[in-house]
Design a protein around this ligand. Sequence first.
Ligand code: TYM
Length: 327
Amino acid sequence: MRIFSGIQPTGDKHLGNYIGGFRQYAATQELGEAFFCIVDLHSITVDYEPRDLHDRTLDLYAMLVATGLDPERSTVFAQSHVTAHAESSWLLSAVTSYGQLGRMTQFKDKSERRDFVSAGLFTYPVLMAGDILLYQTDRVPIGDDQRQHLELSRDIAERFNARFGETFVVPEGIYPEVGARIMDLQEPTRKMSTTGGSEQGTVRLLDETDVILKKFRSAVTDSGREIRRGDDKPGITNLLDIFSVATGKPPGQIEVEYEHVGYGQFKSDVGEAVAAMLAPVRERYLELRADEGELLRLLALGADKARAASAPTLRRMYERMGFVHLG
Ligand code: TYM
């Protein structure tokens, strides 16, 4: 079985990325042949600092390894090092509907808040479809916010297969059972994000323990006193999900254990559990990040493996679409 997922190097990585992304990557690499891509080409679709992109890419590589990816076993690489990604994006744009791209909620959200909306922000999901389809991917571990993009990738694969002949596996998403959408601690009706969320409500993976504890202690809760999940309790539901992931206990069991406990105690316990979960990740990250030469060696290794794995599909795409092959 082939597994593929991608993550953007820009924007500080946060607890939502950890739960919907990193944690799932480490678990799914056990399922088969796995590819994890630092999607640097996606990061240029919104305003960014060229000087930062380089460092952020290495930061993210170190974080992927610190959270459990084994670069010798899985293929971990940067998108810009494998030109097949940019090429496949152009080819797939021929079978992507303009109307469907305009209906992507991420495009609508991100384009609303900007003066300058790049064409790349609009065609972003086509590049993402290419990422996935080039590797004949069966499963894509992602958070809930990427569901619509994955559905579009499936539509693109089906349309290409129907128009040019069977070429792609049609991929399926894998979403975490608990924590597929981690919400901002201050505004639990919007997803946690370093680009759109609140400073105090976003837990960064590299936050120090005291900062993490403080953010949880000041988390917004709901009316009432009960610690239970429910649509009327977005704040407590989010904290229960996070606690469940950090302790490995099902949310229902936590509800029972916290039946007679107040919100204040609950919030500090969640903070303690998250801080304990992230402390070893931070430590490992700092160690890995210190050896830039090794990170570059691993990136080159990943690029070689990814080029070899994607080349046959790209070649087939050109052939099926009727381009002249020079042998
Ligand atoms: P990105 O970089 O925004 O996020 C990386 C992963 O983190 C998940 N995630 C969350 N999960 C739970 N709660 C949250 N609040 C939360 N915020 C983010 C995301 O769902 C994602 O799994 N377009 C993608 C990157 C991409 C990609 C791909 C993913 C490019 N090509 C191919 C899969 C396959 C993105 O911007 O993710």
